[in-house]
Design a protein around this ligand. Structure first.
Ligand SMILES: Nc1ncnc2c1ncn2[C@@H]1O[C@H](COP(=O)(O)OP(=O)(O)OP(=O)(O)O)[C@@H](O)[C@H]1O
Ligand SMILES: [Mg+2]
Length: 509
């Protein structure tokens, strides 16, 4: 007999006893009835010595899915397979693995240090339909855990801890990683509320496919490994468990590829935060609070997405006057201003410093930019962005990685020439990769390498031409300036001599 049946039988007997007692209670003298009540309660505890704990699926003010519920569900999915008889199947990770979860009201027994416990998944209709901004299903689900009261301490302490940690481990194993982005969505009642939407994250970039110096790659990988294992360390030093990376370099040098490689290496989710669509600091905070731990939070092109320089303010001041007079233009202007993001640098800095992100931890924050020199020093000082990584033009070592990926070759007689050309020319890994790619099925390794050499030679010529052009322009500017200066000089000389004539004249008068 399972706990469920036992519970139901004993429960109905006890319910009858209580009903009978309630009817006859008033016929007993007060003191006697007090005694009898005490004995009945003792009897209840004796006949039904079980404790029940309920874990609801939705918890908290916002009725967010409770982490405990998910962990229990995952934990039981491993137990249910062997012990329960009715399952529900969920397919995760491209049908390769099947996760079985217990069916509603199915009872799953479990054992811990020789102590038996019973789990049941209960479902109730949600009768009180409250109005909420958050989607609430009409069903409330909860797990009920029953065990003998003798084992209260063992079960409420070590056993629950065991269930939570096992459950979380299962979920990371089975989890299909996600790429979240904050798309502004207008819902039916016209309120704009950005929230995260996600697709499955399946970017193929890894540290193996990433073209950069091996030494630099290893350094980053070691840094990430240290971070992943750093829970105790971060607790010890009293800092939120997070790490900031600043990736900078020209377009096409692999900043986005590096982010994907980091996420793949750590097996984390990615949150791609588009700051320009975030209305204000409050919304930023809400978005960030909703990110889960074990994630990479990415803000690309930070210099473009945040008004760090005050440029926008100046622009508004400049074209303000004429628009003020025209009511239609004024309204349009107000509307566009409302659309502007009001996220401030200090709002972002607060977040980075962990005021709002202290919940949970284990987050990597990555900023990317093409112009590191344009960033506010407050944003990139050490401690905020722990590691600055420069992604630069393709070096020979990086080329070798690309050649291995694209052409499956480790060496070739043309490598020597390519090495010297790469030393003299700046070409991004994106361009090198593009030139290496066979244009048709007939193109073999040698043709592809020759294509690259041709492109490098062209790039070198182009660079030389631009350099000559720039030099000529500077020379012309210098000459122009010299001319102006000597003209000014001539005017001054004229004026001086004129003055002295006046003085002389005056003196003579
Ligand atoms: N270091 C690299 N290693 C491997 N592939 C690279 C590298 N850099 C660029 N690529 C290739 O070039 C393409 C563009 O690179 P990516 O998007 O990572 O550049 P980015 O630095 O993020 O550029 P942007 O500044 O324009 O966002 C990638 O799809 C990738 O195939
Ligand atoms: Mg990019």
């Amino acid at each position: 007999m399972g706990m469920g049946e036992l519970g139901t039988n004993v429960g109905s007997v006890l319910a009858s006893v209580m009903v009978v007692w309630a009817i006859f209670k008033d016929h007993f003298p007060y003191r006697l009835s007090g005694h009898i009540e005490k004995y009945i309660q003792k009897l209840v505890r004796f006949v039904y010595p079980y404790i029940e704990i309920t874990f609801h699926e939705l918890a908290g003010e916002r009725l967010k899915r409770s982490e405990a519920f998910s962990a229990i569900q995952n934990y039981l999915s491993t137990k249910a397979t062997s012990k329960a008889s009715r399952f529900k199947a969920d397919v995760v990770k491209d049908i390769k693995s099947l996760v079985l979860t217990m069916d509603d009201h199915e009872e799953v027994p479990d054992e811990f240090n020789g102590v038996k416990v019973w789990w049941v998944l209960n479902k109730h209709e949600n009768k009180s339909r409250s109005i909420s901004y958050y989607p609430v299903s009409d069903e409330k689900r909860s797990f009920k855990l029953s065990f003998h009261k003798r084992h209260r301490e063992l079960i409420t302490g070590p056993y629950i801890e065991h269930v939570m940690s096992e459950g979380k481990a299962v979920s990371t194993e089975n989890r299909q990683r996600k790429l979240y982005s904050n798309n502004p969505s207008k819902n039916w009642y016209g309120w704009k509320r950005t929230k995260w939407s996600h697709v499955f994250f399946e970017h193929p970039s890894t540290f193996d496919t990433l073209a950069m110096e091996t030494k630099k790659k290893e350094e980053i990988k070691n840094d990430l490994k240290k971070f992943r294992k750093g829970k105790e360390y971060y607790t010890k030093i009293g800092k939120a468990w997070k790490r900031g990376y600043l990736l900078y370099g020209p377009p096409g040098t692999g900043k986005s590829s590096m982010i994907a490689a980091i996420a793949n290496f750590l097996d984390y989710d990615v949150y791609d935060l588009e700051l320009t669509t975030v209305m204000d600091n409050t919304e930023l905070r809400n978005l960030l609070i909703e990110t889960s731990s074990k994630s990479v939070i990415v803000i690309e092109d930070i210099d473009c997405s945040l008004d760090l320089t005050g440029q926008r303010l100046k622009k508004k001041e400049k074209d303000g006057d004429e628009e003020e007079k025209d009511p239609i233009k004024k309204k349009e202007k107000e509307e566009s201003e409302n659309k502007d993001s009001k996220v401030t640098l200090s709002g972002l800095l607060n977040f980075i410093d962990g005021l709002w992100s202290a919940c949970g931890g284990e987050r990597i924050i990555v900023f990317t930019t093409n112009h590191v020199d344009k960033l506010d020093p407050a944003l990139i000082r050490r401690g905020r962005m722990d590691k600055h990584i420069e992604m630069s033009y393709c070096c020979f070592e990086a080329f070798r990685v690309l050649a291995k990926n694209y052409l499956d070759t480790d060496s070739h007689k043309l490598y020597v020439k390519i090495e010297s050309l790469l030393g003299e020319t700046n070409m991004t890994p994106a361009d090198v990769a593009d030139n290496l790619m066979p244009k048709s099925d007939e193109e073999g390794v040698e043709t592809c390498l020759n294509n690259l050499i041709e492109a490098l030679v062209d790039a070198k010529k182009e660079e030389a031409r631009k350099k000559a052009e720039e030099e000529a322009r500077l020379k012309a500017e210098r000459e122009e300036k010299d001319k102006e200066e000597s003209a000014e000089e001539a005017v001054k000389v004229d004026e001086n001599s004129a003055n002295s004539v006046v003085k002389e004249n005056g003196f003579h008068k």
